[in-house]
Ligand binder design. Structure first.
Ligand code: PRP
Length: 183
């Protein structure tokens, strides 16, 4: 285990099971359809890569990137798209793929943005983790791996200050690590 991690919350095996459950749900709902997956960089990359390989559907995908977190640890309502999609999603069934739904600021903005600009047939939200206790916007996940408490989790794509994304598990960051950065 990495020295900055207090404990492992989800091992690689746990994560595979979460991904398999979500994949089954999506496969059932989209039977006979070819959805377009839109992962939001960068946190969702590991989850997306595992999900899209498990999903028994013909699907296409493109990436989007947005900045939401300001200098602190909470996203602001001021979301900015830093990379837009380039494929045509008009009239298509879109699934936005996220690593975590926290305040909801990011996904609320992105969902509206995609709807207004590209007029897809439908948009659903798929997130690996959900923190409903932190929600500030009226937005819900259609597919969610698990609900997590309000703690600082990293790994499997999730970062603190761009670090720990490469860990193959989800762990709780030692408070000393982020307190140190604030001083
Ligand atoms: C994280 C996460 C979501 C967003 C969730 O992204 O990947 O996009 O914050 O927070 P919210 O619900 O409060 O808006 P971040 O901006 O940290 O970028 P990253 O994916 O590159 O780590």
């Amino acid at each position: 285990m990495h020295q900055d991690i207090e404990k492992i919350l989800y091992s690689s095996e746990d994560l595979s099971k979460l991904v398999a459950c979500i994949s089954d749900e999506i496969a059932e709902d989209y039977k006979g359809k070819s959805p377009v997956l839109i992962p939001i960089l960068k946190g969702s990359v590991m989850f997306f890569a595992d999900l899209v390989r498990k999903l028994p559907l013909d699907c296409t995908f493109d990436f989007m990137s947005a900045t939401s977190y300001g200098s602190g640890t909470e996203s602001s309502g001021n979301v900015m798209i830093t990379k837009d999609i380039t494929i045509d999603i008009k009239g298509k069934d879109v699934i936005i793929v996220e690593d975590i739904l926290d305040t909801g600021n990011t996904l609320f903005y992105i969902k509206n943005y995609l709807n207004d600009k590209y007029e897809p047939a439908s948009i659903r939200i798929c997130t690996l983790f959900d923190k409903p206790s932190r929600r500030k916007k009226d937005i819900k996940a259609d597919y969610s791996g698990d609900e997590v408490d309000d703690m600082f989790i990293v790994g499997y794509g999730l970062d603190f200050d761009e670090n720990y994304r490469d860990l193959p598990y989800i762990g709780v960051l030692k408070p000393a690590v982020y307190k140190k950065t604030k001083e």
